[in-house]
Design a protein around this ligand. Structure first.
Ligand code: RFL
Ligand code: PHB
Length: 402
């Protein structure tokens, strides 16, 4: 097999890049480890920044999102028995976010790819990247499919294979630096076909821990609870989840909340992670393969989309203008936006979670919590503070190539 761009991973990063390249007539093949159904079963992001919404429109996959997605012009922070609304549009001069699930984005992209007739190899095992940095400029990928060994020759490889993928591991240790922080708790998420508790998202900091009331549509809710890392999802019955959630949501929201059976329930650990650089020879790392944020700022998928936007511009210039020098800009441009997203997500996580049960104890833990409560008051008591939160939540602009 031969193609121009080999894409490893059919998550949102790989599928969106593939779709944009296809629009430019740039041939690409996606190699994915699991089945399409398995990917669609993973319940993840729910909030899309304006930049990602625009990119999905540019890719020609926005029809259903524009019909069924919900534009949100604000969200709430609840703490110390008060609720503060962050009015996104007023504070940013008109920017908003779109509530439309990652599952739906992925489904739309899969359908568009099938229609365009581009190849996706699902259930490929033992995927390996070769000669990503060589004098010959000819990297290739090998994998096993239906018991047979396959070789895919290409010009470039986009590593869109998530945090546990092979692409990042292909970059030699002495070339890359990995920055990591693991948080001492996880998020237990529950999806249910119930009316959302409120018409906007509410991020709640309480003495019992953090909770988030989110949604996918007017009939589907998504909720999260901060839980210790030692908790097992099997030990959380739906009843126990709803009971605990009611204790963490503001009283008037909790008292009216609809409950029902879960469609999905899972625990996600929280991590901040960045790999520098995000490129090596003809290999580019995209999305979760290069960086992870804790979900508190709703930035993970959105950072993946801005990486895709940058790589798409570079590949278009390479193939349409025969300018190969521009590939050197990839890592630098991406990392500037990535570190902003990392800082915001880390900051929101620290402000909104209860760290009392962590390794620090006694006065240290108390001081930390006091600092963060004071910070939350400081940023929500005045319009300038709320503006800082709003600007980052809607997302910083995408950077152009030089
Ligand atoms: P993905 O989605 O992990 O896809 C990677 C794909 O690569 C495949 N793969 C391989 N393929 C071939 N060979 C191999 N060796 C391979 N190894 C892996 C995998 O099977 C998979 O299909 O990465 P991608 O595409 O970069 O997308 C990133 C997003 O999924 C992620 O950043 C977001 O979901 C993060 N996130 C959120 N982001 C937001 O912007 N807003 C949110 O509201 C938000 N909420 C969340 C989130 C993530 C969460 N979890 C569970 C981590 C909420 C949660 C709970
Ligand atoms: C979600 O709906 O899954 C969601 C929303 C906002 C976040 C994280 C997750 O910050």
């Amino acid at each position: 097999m031969k193609t121009k761009v080999a894409i490893i991973g059919a998550g949102p990063s790989g599928l969106l890049l593939g779709q944009l390249l296809a629009k430019q007539g740039i041939d690409n093949v996606i190699i994915e480890r699991v089945t399409g159904e398995y990917i669609l079963g993973r319940i993840r992001a729910g909030v899309l920044e304006q930049g990602m919404v625009n990119l999905l429109r540019e890719a020609g996959v926005s029809e259903r999102m524009d019909k069924e997605g919900e534009v949100h012009d604000g969200f709430e922070l609840a703490f110390n028995n008060k609720r503060v609304r962050i009015a996104l549009d007023e504070l940013t001069g008109g920017d908003t976010v779109m509530v439309y699930g990652q599952t739906e984005v992925t489904r739309d992209l899969m359908e568009a790819r099938a229609k365009a007739g581009y190849t996706t190899v699902y259930e490929a095992s033992d995927v390996k990247l070769h000669d990503v940095k060589s004098d010959t400029d000819t990297p290739y990928v090998t994998f096993e499919k239906n018991g047979e060994q396959v070789r895919l020759d290409c010009d470039y490889i986009a590593g869109c294979d998530g945090f546990h993928g092979v692409s990042r591991k292909t970059i030699p240790d002495d070339v890359k630096t990995e920055f990591e922080r693991v948080y001492p708790f996880g998020w237990l998420g529950l999806l249910s076909d119930t009316k959302p508790a409120h018409d906007e998202l509410i991020y709640c900091k309480t003495d019992r821990g953090f909770a988030l009331a989110s949604m996918r549509s007017q009939t589907r809710s998504r909720y999260y609870l901060q839980v210790p890392l030692t908790d097992k999802v099997e030990n959380w019955s739906d009843e126990a989840f709803w009971e605990e959630l009611k204790k963490r949501l503001p009283d008037d929201v909790a008292s009216k909340m609809q409950t029902g059976p879960s469609i999905e329930k899972s625990i996600a650990p929280l991590r901040s992670f960045v790999c520098e650089p995000m490129q090596y020879g003809n290999l580019f790392l995209v999305g979760d393969a290069a960086h992870i944020v804790p979900p508190t700022g709703a930035k993970g998928l959105n950072l993946a989309a801005s990486d895709v936007a940058t790589l798409y511009k570079i590949m278009t210039r390479v193939y349409k203008e025969n300018d190969k020098d521009c590939i050197n800009q990839y890592s630098e441009i991406c990392l500037r936006r990535v570190w902003n997203g990392e800082r915001f997500s880390w900051w929101m996580t620290n402000m909104m979670h209860d760290f009392d049960d962590v390794s620090v104890s006694g006065a240290d833990a108390i001081t930390f919590d006091r600092f963060m409560s004071s910070e939350l008051n400081f940023y929500t008591d005045n319009e300038e503070g709320r503006k800082v939160v709003a600007m980052q939540y809607v997302g910083l602009p995408y950077e152009d190539l030089k």
